[in-house]
Ligand binder design. Structure first.
Ligand code: F6P
Length: 539
């Protein structure tokens, strides 16, 4: 796999030179004088710390990776994005999620953004205080966010992460799947008189969201809500306000986002209304402030100490030079439970592309498969493969140093596991060490208890899980995605790859419901599946 940039070929040569070197040796006290690896490869920004020292990098590697970032024009791409240039050329749009958290009065669309935020805050305060009531005069106790992808994953992840800041009177729910079980399991136990639905869809045409929104409307009506009172139970968030009004949501209850906010980058906009209702406008501002801290760091820190640049370039190192297929995000934080699935969309929908900006196809790998699960759960499930399997999976560990709950004595156990895992991944267990453990009676055990080690990990450190630190963490990954897209020369802001399935889905749906004579021809597999489903659905 090739890339014409000089630093790329230099990195290829460098890879051949260091591929067999061992982290364990690099960390051996004799080889690690002050400033130690930990000192040289630990960086900070926007209140977060990042220890990159357990990665298979040397000073020379980092230098070459930063050189590659420069040659790929990371800085120019970053600056163009912040300025509001059309960085999403296939859709002819800017990508201005950073403007949503900018405090500078000359930031793009500043007045428009501030006005919409003030409208959100007024509404959120009314719901939180109980001043906003349902059709029978009861206060709102359940907020159901109906949306999918970027209109779901970000708000769901943040509300879950900041549950300790949530208003106790209100429970947040998130419904995304067109599988009726998702909506049904949510609404079957809640009181419509106390429920507010937020329909979130940038396009307001998404099949899943519209289907759930219509069923939710029926549910209110079936439970006695007069048509004329539905406005008390529905608000909409969209870049297509005309469609929201057509759906029947009162014009004054429509919150706007804009086409220059990508779905997966949108939690900072009115898409975050459910977040604001849960934690309040002030904490929402803190979330934005944390992201803004990271924006500043990304713009101002030298590339050599720039967290999104280093995270992104180290990802490139494994993906393009070591050939790693996937990478794992392991937050040692139950609060960050939904971070991996949020990052799956952010990384894979952004950088899972093959066409370069010039329309030619890449001949190098792009987005790795992003996956993850909170620690310590993952340790008792798939970590076996990470330690002794045949594939190297680089890992981002995320550790929150202070707990956000009162069970303080759990916390040293949690942190110990996080740090010990990264140590174990790095050290492994040699044959000699395994032999000592197996003892003379059980030599056959030796290969089974050896660990190759040399498995690369990064540890991100968060002092405490606050709205501000969470904002910075999310923005770190957003910018990491841009850094990688710049090197791969792809557009991280479109998502044409989701279209084909949607188009064919409509045809198949029509075939599931059509009279037999009208079912369209398909390949034998799809035709057989449709026939089976038609029989089950009694069509
Ligand atoms: O189908 C993919 C996608 O377009 C995502 O990019 C987006 O976040 C999601 O669907 C939801 O889209 P919308 O907000 O328009 O309903």
């Amino acid at each position: 796999m090739t890339n014409p940039l000089p630093a790329w070929s230099a990195l290829q040569t460098h890879y051949e030179q260091i591929r067999d070197e061992k982290l364990r040796d690099w960390f051996a006290p004799a080889n690690d004088p002050a400033p130690t690896r930990a000192e040289r490869f630990t960086f900070a920004g926007a209140g977060l710390g990042a220890d990159f020292s357990k990665n298979r990098i040397t000073d020379a590697t980092l230098k070459l990776l930063v050189q590659l970032a420069r040659e790929a024009g990371v800085e120019a791409r970053r600056d163009a994005m912040f300025k509001g240039e059309v960085v999403n050329p296939t859709e002819g749009r800017a990508a201005l999620h950073t403007a949503l958290r900018a405090t500078e009065a000359d930031a793009p669309f500043h007045a428009q953004i501030a006005a919409e935020r003030a409208k959100m805050a007024k509404f959120a305060d009314a719901v939180r205080s109980g001043a906003w009531t349902g059709y029978t005069g009861k206060r709102i106790r359940h907020v159901v966010n109906i949306g999918i992808g970027g209109s779901d994953l970000g708000p769901k992840m943040v509300v879950h992460a900041l549950q300790h800041l949530e208003l106790p009177e209100i429970t947040s729910h998130f419904v995304s799947n067109v599988d009726g079980a998702d909506l049904w399991r949510t609404i079957e136990n809640i009181d419509p008189e106390e429920t507010l639905a937020i329909i979130v869809s940038k396009t307001f045409t998404t099949l899943e969201t519209m289907t759930n929104a219509l069923s939710m409307r029926d549910w209110f009506v079936k439970h006695g809500c007069p048509q004329g009172e539905l406005a008390k139970h529905f608000v909409g968030v969209s870049a297509n306000p005309a469609e929201v009004v057509k759906f029947g949501i009162a014009k004054e209850n429509v919150f706007e986002m804009w086409d220059w906010v990508g779905g997966r980058y949108s939690l900072w906009s009115a898409v975050g209304l459910s977040i604001m209702i849960a934690i309040g406008p002030q904490q929402f501002d803190e979330l934005l402030a944390g992201a803004h801290d990271m924006d500043k760091h990304f713009r101002e820190a030298p590339l050599e100490k720039n967290l999104p640049v280093l995270l992104g370039m180290i990802g490139i190192w494994y993906r393009n030079f070591f050939g790693s297929q996937s990478y794992l995000v392991a937050p040692y934080s139950e609060a960050l439970h939904f971070l991996p699935s949020y990052l799956q969309q952010l990384e894979m929908e952004s950088n899972g592309k093959s066409a370069r900006l010039d329309g030619k196809f890449v001949d190098y790998a792009t987005s790795a498969i992003t996956w993850g699960e909170p620690g310590t759960n993952g340790q008792h499930a798939f970590f076996q493969m990470l330690h002794q399997g045949t594939t190297i999976v680089p890992i981002d560990f995320i550790a929150v140093l202070t707990p956000e709950h009162p069970l303080a004595d759990h916390h040293p156990k949690l942190l110990a596991n996080c740090f010990a895992q990264s140590e174990a991944m790095m050290l492994g267990r040699t044959e000699e060490e395994a032999k000592k453990i197996a003892g003379p009676d059980k030599p056959e055990l030796v290969p089974h208890i050896m660990f190759p080690g040399n498995r690369p990990t990064t540890t991100l450190l968060v002092d405490a899980l606050t709205a501000r630190s969470l904002g910075a963490l999310i923005a770190l990954y957003e910018h990491k995605v841009l850094v990688q897209a710049s090197v791969w020369d792809i557009n991280p802001f479109d998502q044409w790859g989701v279209e084909l399935g949607k188009i064919l889905g409509k045809v198949v749906e029509a075939d599931l419901n059509a009279a037999s004579a009208d079912v369209k021809p398909h390949d034998s597999s799809t035709a057989a599946l449709i026939a089976r489903a038609r029989a089950a659905l009694k069509r």
